[in-house]
Design a protein around this ligand. Sequence first.
Ligand code: FAD
Length: 535
Amino acid sequence: MKPTETLTYDFIIVGAGSAGAVLANRLSENSQNKVLLIEAGPASNIWSRIPIGYVKTLNNPDVNWRYWAEPEESTRGRRLYVPRGKVLGGTSTINGMAFVRGQAQDFDTWAQMGNSGWSYQDLLPLFRRMESYADGADEFRGNNGPLRVTNPVPSDPLYKSLIAAAQEVGIRHNSDYNGASQDGIAMSQASIAGGRRMSTAHCYLDPIRRRPNLRVVTHALTEQVLLEGRRCVGVRYTVDGVSHTARSNRDVIVSAGSVNSPQLLELSGIGQPERLKALGIEVRQELGGVGENLRDHYAPRTRWGISAKGYTFNDRGRGVGLINQALRYLISQDGMLSMVAAPIRAFVFSREGLTTPDLLLGWVPMLYEPGPKLSEQSGMTCYAHPMRPESKGNIHAVSADPRQPPAINYNFLSAAPDADLTIKAIRIARSIMNANALVSLGVTELAPGAELTRDDEILDWIKDVGETTYHPVGTCKMGTDDMAVVDPQLCVRGFQGLRVADASIMPTLTSGNTNAPAIMIGEKASDLVLAAQSA
Ligand SMILES: Cc1cc2nc3c(=O)[nH]c(=O)nc-3n(C[C@H](O)[C@H](O)[C@H](O)COP(=O)(O)OP(=O)(O)OC[C@H]3O[C@@H](n4cnc5c(N)ncnc54)[C@H](O)[C@@H]3O)c2cc1C
């Protein structure tokens, strides 16, 4: 591709992920707005639409940045894998498709931190606007939005038994954890409908690709945002090694995700001066918070053998069973190939006296080995972790070359409550798996192993095996304090015409998975940008 003449747009969006695709849609609704959407990855992949395809994209360099975190004490020096989508739809095109908003309290906390306009009452209309919920609208849910969300019924005997087991230990069944309250065990709501993945590429971009005022460029790596004085005026990006520039009249919106957004700001001269100077990058603005405040869910996967036959993917997902599942998927678009990554989950309390749950358990009806590949043995996996960890890490560029991956330091378990709560979550998983309702399935604890009973033994095991659940947030934190990168309007502090809108702006981690809140952030950012335009 030859360098094109420098074109001018009203809005340039960097990254077509969960948030960026929403912005492209909403900002180009007005045909007077010229919008450019720049995506580093391709338009799609053959595995993008079939739900079980996430197994095939988890490690696929065509659509995945495939980052690795730095070794650290909490992982016993292991490097944790950090997959991130690199394709239209971003990580919503490769994720596990569980649909979890988080708690009202999460957003109210953001508002209390000084982010006015971000309380749950402020955001509820956006959560309702973005979805078409299969069970219909009510005061919490919407049925008229671009993103189709389904709520499977627990018809499978394995899930019915798990719900009964949870009820035995005092955990209620909750038919809508995205409704009035989150607590309880439930089938996972999913951004899956008709047996197809509902990515933001499919739901927000496909219907509008013919808009003449929207240009989408794929395979395009944005290398810098262009700054003139206190104003951002455009971006520089490369396609096939050829450099291009695009100018913006109003806003450049960085939606490159929690790993790449801070990296792009640093490459553009915005961040911690000493760090930038060490990389030979000219300092344009000191902002100490760029790349800091990294949070994620660090979750050990407990493993359970099941001796009763025919219940798990290990039994049903190979040989004749797999053929049956494939036929079932082709004929009725359901079964295990249309499955959300963890089909059943429980939001539970670590102790009495809490007003909202603080732990998450998620079950996968299979045992797997690294790869991931199916184990020979039949069983289940249950990840268990605190939902609002306090440990904070960071992500920073290590080179001025935009093709070099940044360094990811999690510092997991550095805040004492995180270790205690993870141990507690494992103990609750044990109590459910050992309940009478599951006895007939012949459940045995494989890991951590019933012989590990003391807290210190369990913590050792957590450090040996913990992985993330792939929810990095917070590296371009929204706020009003010195470490804030963006203000509550999502404007990068110190500049006009430059915003960040993606999971990186979350000041704290939401209680659950992060796709729904990232899409909400795209909706909120669109409102903020359009309000500023019409002011
Ligand atoms: C394997 C996996 C499973 C997950 N499962 C779930 C789940 O079940 N439910 C859930 O809610 N959440 C899940 N998540 C997390 C969730 O999907 C993400 O938090 C969310 O998609 C993040 O959205 P975002 O807009 O911040 O970034 P992204 O969606 O990652 O978008 C960023 C986009 O910017 C592009 N980009 C980056 N840098 C540049 C550049 N320099 N130039 C141009 N383009 C660039 C990227 O290629 C990408 O398309 C999962 C994540 C992973 C990795």
